[in-house]
Design a protein around this ligand. Structure first.
Ligand code: ZN
Length: 434
């Protein structure tokens, strides 16, 4: 479809530094040209050539800076049968995201300029929106040999060995010392291997009742406690990935109160579900696991009170056969990009637990601030036109067969969720994917 050179969106509620104001946005090319209370179609002076201006009535819907997901797995290079950068980025656009950060459990892992370049080449060729990779913390994510952070820093969101915790304290300390000098975040997947004992779901009531091996909460918070201490010591910006336990919330709340430079994320599924919701299906299996009801409630509280900064999906697609082997044998990971907004809206906002403004903070404002992206205060004249149009009315049943992602495993399948992403505008182009 030929894109118009100008798009005028009228009658919208536009995010402006913590609140919504009624107004119009005029997009010209890939930039925001004007934001005003009311822009009339007749007053737009025509372009010299090729003038097509379209006016859209937003019908009072919400326009926010494009959503940002700090934690996704797009699986290229190395595992394109699970997901590609092309399919993953289309799924991201469908979910309202204009920027995502990809985790480095790839083959080859982005632990050198040469290896990272392979991924950057695929992104340049196939990405449909902004994809910013993480580089690893250690070579091949093996947890022992440090990499050249200085050389990789300009190209990456930060450094992470996501999928495994860095077990050796000395290695983590030295990594933090060096990463601190780059100013980038260290995004930590916190997990103590010696406490895993072959577990694969939460070590709680459901695991005991159904004869499963559990993953204890300490395997997560034990390493968070250590990493907070190391961040305090080294001055490194620590971002804790996908927190799932009440103890993790508590540790991070206290560290923030002491002034430690720590931020953290949780996923929509940890807010919606607890282990009594589990079924004997792979679509309920991810790492960290869905925890107990007390953990779910502590995460909800932490999201509302500012302890948890960011919602990140940990979108982790696998093939249908890898996810069809029940709780014990299926691969770890579920998809999340195409349900994130409505899942968080339904669980947290429609339920009355959290304001819609807070949702905007945790799904776009805070990740932008942490990553140093524009749009922290809202769409602004002269900025790239990366915007998401959100609707809070209506509801729909989650049907994974309609997902653009190659992965279809989600605990939300068949559930009715409220709110929707009406449109995603990336670089001035309205994406009409479905
Ligand atoms: Zn992880």
């Amino acid at each position: 479809m030929k894109q118009p050179s100008r798009i005028l969106i009228n009658n919208a509620k536009i995010w402006a530094d913590g609140r919504f104001i009624n107004g119009s946005i005029l997009i010209h090319g890939n930039k925001i040209e004007q934001i005003a209370r009311n822009i009339s179609f007749e007053n737009i002076s025509p372009d010299a050539s090729d003038v097509v201006t379209v006016a859209v009535n937003a019908d009072g819907r919400y326009i926010v800076p494009g959503l940002v997901d700090m934690h996704v797995h797009f699986r290229e290079p190395g595992y394109s049968y699970k997901e590609t950068i092309y399919d993953g980025s289309r799924a991201a656009l469908a979910g309202g995201f204009t920027t995502v950060c990809t985790m480095p459990n790839l083959n080859p892992a982005p632990d050198s300029i040469e290896n990272l370049q392979q991924q950057l080449d695929i992104i340049a060729r196939d990405a449909q929106m902004q994809v910013i990779p993480y580089a690893t913390i250690t070579a091949k994510r093996m947890g022992n040999k440090l990499i050249d952070y200085e050389a990789l820093a300009p190209w990456v969101a930060g450094f992470s060995d996501d999928g495994s915790g860095v077990q050796d304290e000395e290695v983590m300390r030295e990594a933090m010392r060096r990463i601190a000098k780059t100013g980038k975040i260290l995004a930590a997947h916190c997990e103590v291997n010696s406490l895993l004992r072959g577990g694969y779901i939460h070590d709680g009531e459901y695991a005991r009742a159904h004869g499963h091996r559990g993953i204890c909460s300490e395997s997560e918070w034990g390493e968070i406690e250590r990493d907070i201490r190391l961040a305090e010591e080294t001055g490194c910006r620590l971002h804790v990935c996908h927190i799932s336990t009440k103890e993790s919330v508590d540790l991070i709340r206290k560290a923030k109160a002491r002034g430690v430079q720590v931020t953290c994320e949780t996923g929509p599924h940890y807010l919606t579900f607890c282990d009594s919701d589990l079924q004997e299906e792979g679509r309920f299996k991810m790492n960290p696991p869905i925890r107990a009801i007390e953990d779910r409630d502590a995460l909800r509280e932490g999201l509302v009170d500012g302890t948890i900064d960011v919602i990140a999906t940990d979108h982790a697609p696998h093939s249908a056969s890898e996810k069809s082997k029940g709780l014990e044998k299926s691969a770890m990971g579920v998809v999340g990009l195409e349900t994130a907004f409505s899942a968080v809206y339904t669980t947290m906002v429609k339920s009355g637990l959290m304001s819609f403004e807070r949702l905007v903070e945790v799904m776009t404002v805070n990740p932008r601030r942490i990553l140093g992206l524009p749009g922290v205060y809202g769409p602004a004249e002269g900025d790239w036109a990366d915007l998401t149009v959100l609707d809070t009315t209506g509801e729909s049943v989650v049907d994974p067969s309609g997902f653009l992602s190659k992965g279809h495993a989600t605990p939300y399948a068949g559930l009715t969720l409220s709110g929707s992403v009406v449109a995603t505008i990336f670089s001035g182009r309205i994406q009409n994917l479905k």
